[in-house]
Ligand binder design. Structure first.
Ligand SMILES: [Zn+2]
Length: 308
């Protein structure tokens, strides 16, 4: 059965300070015509253009916490969209203070938007349903109130059984494809529901994003079974004291949590500018959790369904 492509593009993979090769935190999740941006570091709109993502798409912005490096890019992004005469609304999910900050700033800078913002104050649980996704949140452990997110593709119809469709007299072609997509068809005077020829619905693919955080048992439960987990990897293992002090994680802690949560793949991101080369961090993480990649600006990962 054909399925829509689900991908993740890293737009910025540094921590609080950018480097010559890494921008401030921002990640784009894409499926069909929809984009979910997770955090919005400065210059995010240029990164969106550089990666051919398009500013006119159906867009949702998820903000993990109100630290400048994760949020200051929203203003420029919204302004650039307005200059392009965007009309479609933008959904924004984040800590309650975010909307106030946006309102005050747009008033002081005297800029109006050409499109509406639909704001949702984040709280644990399902925070938003879009055309393609369900967005869930839980509390992270950082120096300010912070959240982690899961972007979850909606359930898809179960496995299609051609033999059952044939036995029920459904002609191959358009009606088969309708049944595969979860719709019912009419053959003669009989109504045949999709469930008569397909297995039970299968869960969609899930992408987890920690934002800035210490590892925690709650996060290990929250991210259980994710197809891709993107986790705070600010420091290397030997700098754990710094991670503790600044409420971040090391690459080793990220890998340990990925292992505990039984995720399929781990992407390390949010690297401290002190590491010119993150290869040693990747190596340390892989010792604990082999299916690990180190994110870099412009890297796209395609998230496949687990093997049947
Ligand atoms: Zn940060």
């Amino acid at each position: 059965m054909s399925s829509a492509k689900l991908s993740v593009t890293f737009l910025g993979t540094s921590s609080a300070a950018p480097t010559n090769v890494r921008g401030l935190p921002a990640i784009a999740v894409r499926r069909e015509g929809e984009v979910i941006l997770m955090d919005c570091g400065e210059g995010v709109q240029r990164q969106i253009l550089a990666n051919s993502i398009g500013l006119g798409k159906d867009m949702t912005i998820l903000i993990t916490h109100l630290h400048g490096d994760h949020v200051a890019g929203i203003l420029g992004l919204l302004q650039t969209m307005s200059l392009a005469q965007r009309r479609k609304p933008v959904d924004i999910v984040g800590p309650a203070g975010l909307m106030r900050w946006l309102e005050v700033t747009s008033e002081l800078l005297n800029f109006g938007l050409t499109f509406p913002i639909r704001f949702t104050a984040v709280r644990p649980g399902v925070v938003l349903r879009t055309t393609e996704f369900r967005v869930k949140a839980t509390r992270a452990v950082h120096s300010v109130e912070a959240f982690s997110y899961i972007v979850e593709e909606k359930d898809r119809p179960g496995v299609f059984h051609p033999d059952r469709a044939k036995a029920l007299g459904v002609p191959e072609g358009r009606q088969w494809s309708a049944l595969q997509k979860g719709r019912s068809v009419t053959v003669g005077r009989r109504n045949i529901p999709s469930s008569a020829v397909t297995g039970p619905p299968r869960p969609g693919r899930r992408i987890g994003y920690s934002g800035d955080t210490r590892p925690s048992p709650r996060l290990a439960r929250f991210f259980e079974g994710c197809d891709l987990l993107i986790f705070d990897s600010t420091f290397r293992g030997s700098d754990e004291d710094k991670a503790l002090e600044r409420k971040h994680s090391t690459c080793v802690e990220a890998a340990e949590l990925a292992k505990r949560a039984g995720v399929r793949r781990l992407a390390l991101t949010h690297f401290s500018a002190r590491y010119a080369d993150v290869a040693p961090l990747l190596k340390e993480a892989k010792k604990v959790f082999p299916d690990t990649v180190a994110a870099s600006d412009g890297l796209t990962l395609v998230v496949d369904y687990p093997p049947a």
